[in-house]
Design a protein around this ligand. Structure first.
Ligand code: HEM
Ligand code: NAG
Length: 332
């Protein structure tokens, strides 16, 4: 081979490898990313999360939702945690104002615990701590255990404008939900499995009050809602929305990570229109029925889906940094 042929050979080999490698467009995350730099990171984070959860049970839903909102906006880079002095960060956006403070606090506390360990100082990203804390709250709520892929860098920017129109809304129909998830490379099955996160936590009445008071016309109820459940909701949520009231997304067990969310959908007891929308097409009904019938199946598919969620827009090298304080970008 002469030099020219050799160069062409090398370049085409590189090209082929780039094309066929499974995650060629996302950074290579790995389970043991910190095995040299901070080998005990998983235990440190787990203990901090455990302590926080013992103090406040809403830590679990708050952290899980925070991870979702982070990953959907500019990738899983902890940009959702950045605070802006002028009130212009992601967290200040309309759609993120209802993120519970306990999710942020969980990450900040776990980060403090990690930074305190001499070898670990300035080694572990806030984005990875959020991914670990999310797994931990799932496990501690009775959900599946799984290995978390690590190696994300933290983002250096966070703007309100980046959120608008990029998070799914409670009034979305199935087509709108599918489209938004597909724009992140997530399938229908991923959408349905990830929505199972609504087995934990609460919603404000404003997110569904139209369904119980003013569906198509005044005083009409969404026909997809089971009527007894709708009457129950009317009792709990007055027509004039009281912003202090929250209702469990899964009324049977709001702090247990299980498959009851799907059983509720079968009975017309999905709280949000977007939840009940998962039980409207032939294919989506089949998936919901399968998850309702088999917890093991739901857990397996959920783990695969949240792992894919955790790969969205991951930053490496100079695209990001290891933030020292999760709330602010480094000033060096
Ligand atoms: C499929 C589209 C989705 C829509 C339209 C949606 C919408 C919502 C809404 C409106 C709330 C109530 C917010 C409030 O009133 O305070 C909520 C809560 C929640 N969401 Fe979602 N969500 C979706 C998907 C997800 C996903 C994929 C996850 C996580 C993997 C998730 C996790 C949560 C959790 C845990 C809560 C409860 C938060 C708490 O109690 O603090 N959601 N969601
Ligand atoms: C439930 O799903 C798991 C995982 O796919 C499968 O191995 C098992 O056979 C299923 N169980 C039933 C009763 O169908």
């Amino acid at each position: 081979m002469d030099t020219n042929n050799f160069i062409i050979f090398v370049l085409s080999t590189i090209l082929i490898v780039l094309i066929i490698s499974p995650n060629h467009c996302s950074a290579q995350l790995k389970h043991n990313y910190y095995s040299n730099s901070c080998p005990n990171v998983e235990t440190i984070v787990r203990n901090a999360v455990k302590k926080k959860l013992q103090e406040t049970i809403v830590t679990a839903p708050a952290t899980l939702r925070l991870f979702f909102h982070d990953c959907f906006i500019k990738g899983c880079d902890a940009s959702v945690i950045l605070a802006s002095p002028s009130g212009n960060a992601e967290k200040d956006s309309e759609d993120d104002l209802s993120l519970a403070g306990d999710g942020f606090d969980t990450v900040i506390r776990a980060k403090t615990a990690v930074e305190r360990v001499p070898g670990c100082k300035h080694k572990v990203s806030c984005a990875d701590i959020l991914a670990l804390a999310t797994r931990d709250v799932i496990v501690l709520s009775g959900g599946p255990n799984y290995g978390v892929e690590l190696g994300r860098k933290d983002g250096k920017t966070s703007t309100k404008a980046s959120v608008e129109g990029h998070l799914p809304l409670a009034r979305f129909n199935y087509k709108q939900l599918r489209k938004m998830f597909a724009s992140h490379g997530l399938s229908q099955v991923d959408l349905i499995a990830l929505s199972g996160a609504h087995t934990l936590g609460f919603s404000h009445c404003s997110q569904f009050s139209k369904r119980i008071y003013n569906y198509k016309s005044k005083s009409s109820i969404d026909p997809k809602l089971e009527q007894g459940f709708a009457k129950e909701l009317q009792k709990q949520c007055p027509r004039d929305v009281d912003p202090r009231i929250v209702i469990p997304l899964d009324p049977t067990s709001p702090f247990r990570f299980d498959n009851s969310f799907y059983k509720n959908l079968q009975q017309g007891k999905g709280l949000l229109a977007s939840d009940q929308a998962l039980y409207t097409t032939r294919k989506s009904k089949r998936v919901v029925n399968a998850f309702a019938a088999n917890t093991t199946l739901f857990e397996r598919v959920f783990v695969a889906a949240i792992t894919r969620l955790g790969r969205l827009g991951v930053k490496t090298g100079n695209q990001g940094e290891i933030r020292h304080d999760c709330r602010v970008v480094n000033n060096d």
